[in-house]
Design a protein around this ligand. Structure first.
Ligand SMILES: [Zn+2]
Length: 292
């Protein structure tokens, strides 16, 4: 079995992939479409995304399953296909990654606030279990629970993935800079609180994704490292703050600009570096040039 932890232990900074959503929109996904159904209906396009990142030199590739929780798929009427959709997501990325590269099975938030109690907790937990199991069966090497904002949901997803698979678990939260200059998720979670809670829940690798750009991501990693010098850290940074130009969402940080900061990010303690919204294979190619 491929172990991301063992690969990280060897000491070299590993490179992850870039954005999926941004890429799928370029391939014709429209606002209001379900990206994950493409695993069944437009397999070649999804494979093209995964392959593009592997070809760019990434050591690992995610899966097109960010919104694959049954509760999210239910918005599109695909709840019954949740297992099939997630399994296919991992299978596609496995095909692109071959035997040498890693596949990280992506799990995003449900969009339900646990504290509000709108949906029974068991239903949310069971959904995470189903998703993680399907991703493992499809060929994922690790589960990446990403873009979390609420501590309770992040912890629940980690526990569910831990209980239903034998895979290594990565947990990343989405932090924003407050007007006071420190970092919090939208639900008010600090990097320090996140570290404590996700490690206790069983996360093997911790970190942050999305965010507002590379400079801020460096500060988030510094905040994590202040309380935890040891646990491997993975980051997927946005290409800056999105701006709307002519009705289209664009991201300001160019591949060269972002790549100019990956060394600093690694020095501050990031072990795996990739991109989130607005990044492309061109960004990953530049990361590879700088780090390899
Ligand atoms: Zn993002």
């Amino acid at each position: 079995m491929r172990s991301l932890l063992k690969a990280i232990e060897k000491g070299q900074t590993l490179i992850s992939d870039g954005a999926w959503g941004t890429f799928l929109f370029e391939l014709g996904l429209e606002n209001g479409d379900c990206p994950e159904i493409w695993n069944l209906t437009r397999r070649q396009d999804v494979l093209h995304v995964a392959k593009s990142y592997i070809d760019a030199g990434a050591d690992m590739v995610l899966t097109n399953s960010f919104g694959g929780h049954p509760i999210k798929l239910d918005h599109y009427g695909f709840k019954d296909k949740a297992y099939e959709i997630n399994k296919a997501a991992a299978g596609i990325s496995r095909e692109a990654a071959g035997d040498d590269k890693f596949v990280l099975g992506s799990i995003g938030p449900t969009g339900v606030v646990l504290m509000m109690g709108e949906v029974p907790e068991e239903e949310i937990y069971e959904g995470f279990c189903l998703q993680a199991k399907a991703l493992e069966e499809g060929g994922a090497d690790a589960i990446l629970i990403e873009t979390m904002m609420e501590l309770e949901e992040g912890v629940m997803a980690i526990k569910a993935a831990k209980a239903s698979t034998n895979l290594e678990i990565i947990s990343t939260f989405f932090f924003d800079k407050t007007v006071h200059g420190y970092y919090r998720t939208m639900m008010g979670v600090s990097p320090e609180q996140m570290v404590r809670a996700v490690k206790e829940a069983g996360a093997d690798i911790i970190g942050a994704n999305c965010g507002v750009g590379m400079d801020q991501m460096i500060e988030v990693v510094q905040a994590i490292r202040k309380v935890d010098p040891k646990t491997p850290v993975l980051v997927h940074s946005n290409a800056g703050m999105p701006v709307i130009v002519d009705g289209k969402t664009t991201y300001p940080e160019s591949p060269e600009e972002m790549a100019g900061k990956v060394k600093k990010l690694a020095e501050c303690g990031a072990n795996v570096i990739g991109g989130c919204c607005g990044t492309s294979p061109a960004h990953i190619r530049e990361f590879v040039k700088v780090l390899k």
